[in-house]
Design a protein around this ligand. Sequence first.
Ligand SMILES: [Zn+2]
Length: 64
Amino acid sequence: MVRSSQPYPSPLWSGPESCPFCQQQLDNGGAAFMRHIDANERCHDGFERWRGNVSGDMKGEWSE
Ligand SMILES: [Zn+2]
């Protein structure tokens, strides 16, 4: 089902109520998504990687 040549799923933002990494339906796009990310290692990795790519584009802008 999952192609092993791709270590992390690419995000596919098809809508606010489905996970962009596995396309699983979520209760809503906010808290449910964060819970889903916490519970699914692959989606978590994909999210971290995606977020890293995004923040890498604006480095220096966002400091926590
Ligand atoms: Zn997912």
